[in-house]
Write a protein that binds this ligand. Structure first.
Ligand SMILES: O=C(O)CCC(=O)C(=O)O
Length: 411
């Protein structure tokens, strides 16, 4: 069978290492074969059957699959992706998360809870183990020996595309990059429609190939590899009438630690490209601002971060200067008023002069205190109010040559 994207044999390492690196750098996606010792074909088939049964549940019940993190739950076809419906399960490798997911959806007696739960649990663990194995190989390929993605949770997205003769050539999912480090995609065995864009910009159709899996590298792979891995831009297009169902499992960013390239991958030839950031900040910015074209990474690019820092520092200085100017003005007015005061007849001029000096000192002291408080308040409040806008402006100014395209909320 002719494959349109590179194929990596997981049982043939280090033999396939060069090919894996080339695929990750030029395509940002590849197909894997020989992974059955971790994820058997029988489990993939069982999972597909479970997924189909879940998608048949009534809408009121599907809606119970609420977000655990922004956008992680049920998605009904909407204006942005009108021929796409999806379930989501955050932290898919944890049995608690699977139990909670199943408990919410288990509304009909026909749903054989125990089996459904057991299959999702086994699939979640197997596919997670597979993502750990691929992550380790990607690390080894970059010369890192003890790479672990154990603290990076995963997420399922179950995708259903009702393709009809009327919507042929429409987008099932708009072009996007994934929010993940890597995505493991179990395709529909019958209906194709996935299109991936090579780093060179060439768009390639990916035909289904039963018994294999597709791996897409997401935005976090681009950051973690310090720009070496390509975050592949892809979309799903309706090619043929029929119900297309796929299961995507995303290896997301760590909950606690920052997302950043390991120091070994930062060299004088390839300086750090992104400031370390929290996955949550990236995810929220991508979700709430509906950033489709890789802009979600822009605020974290070093060039942008430097510009933003510069703008913030300059802004803070300006605020201080302005506050200082107004305060000096106010202080002078007060001091002049004190100087103009006449000495009462029963107070000697010497004593009056000392009292005036005390008053002046108090005014200066008060203004100094107010100035400090005001400067602090203004700095914190105003700078942070405009901060978000500045980040966006700075991001728009910086167009990185490697920008691999963006991320509609792919998951
Ligand atoms: O359904 C597919 O083929 C691709 C799914 C995808 O790109 C996604 O869920 O982000």
């Amino acid at each position: 069978m002719a494959y349109s994207i590179p194929v990596i044999d997981l049982q043939d390492f280090p033999g396939n290492m060069k090919k894996l690196m080339k695929a990750s750098e030029e395509w940002g996606c590849f197909r894997i074969v020989n992974f059955e010792s971790i994820l058997p074909k029988s489990l993939m088939d069982e999972m597909r059957a479970v997924v189909i049964s879940l998608l048949e549940l009534p809408y009121e019940i599907k809606q119970r699959n609420v977000d655990v993190i922004e956008g992680s739950g049920y998605r009904f076809p909407d204006r942005i992706n009108p021929i796409h419906e999806g379930f989501g399960l955050y932290d898919a490798a944890s049995s608690e998360a699977v139990n909670a997911f199943c408990a919410l959806l288990n509304a009909t007696p026909q749903q054989r809870t125990v089996t459904v739960r057991e299959i999702i649990t086994r699939y979640g663990r197997a596919v997670y183990e597979l993502s750990m194995a691929i992550g380790r190989k990607l690390g080894e390929g970059l010369g890192l020996t003890d790479v672990s993605f154990k603290k990076w949770p995963s997420q399922f997205r179950i995708n259903k595309y009702p393709f009809t003769p009327e919507n042929i050539d429409s987008d099932g999912l708009r072009p996007h990059t994934d929010n993940s480090f890597l995505t493991i995609l179990q395709e529909d065995e019958q209906f194709g429609g996935l299109e991936v864009m090579q780093r060179s910009g060439k768009l390639v159709q990916v035909e289904p190939c039963p018994g294999t899996l597709i791996i897409n590298l997401g935005d976090l792979a681009q950051v973690w590899s310090n720009g070496r891995f390509y975050n592949v831009k892809h979309r799903v297009s309706s090619k043929q009438a029929g119900i297309r169902i796929t299961i995507a499992t995303f290896l997301l960013g760590p909950r606690e630690e920052a997302v950043e390239a390991p120091s070994e991958l930062v060299t004088s030839d390839n300086p750090r490209r992104y400031v370390p950031f929290k996955f949550e900040d990236y995810w929220k910015s991508k979700f709430y601002k509906c950033l489709d074209d890789g802009e979600a990474l822009n605020p974290f690019r070093i060039e942008s971060a430097e510009i933003v820092e510069m703008v913030v520092v300059l802004g803070a200085r300006m605020v201080k200067m302005v506050v200082g100017l107004f305060d000096d003005l106010e202080q002078n007015i007060h001091l002049r008023e004190i100087s103009k005061q006449q000495s009462p007849q029963d107070v000697s001029p010497e004593l009056f002069s000392v009292l005036q000096d005390v008053k002046k000192a108090m005014v200066s002291f008060q203004i100094h205190e107010q100035r400090r408080d005001a400067a602090q308040l203004i700095e914190v409040d105003r700078i942070f109010q405009v901060f978000d806008g500045l980040v966006q402006k700075a991001s728009a100014l910086v167009k990185h040559p490697d920008c691999g395209g963006g991320g509609e909320i792919g998951i």
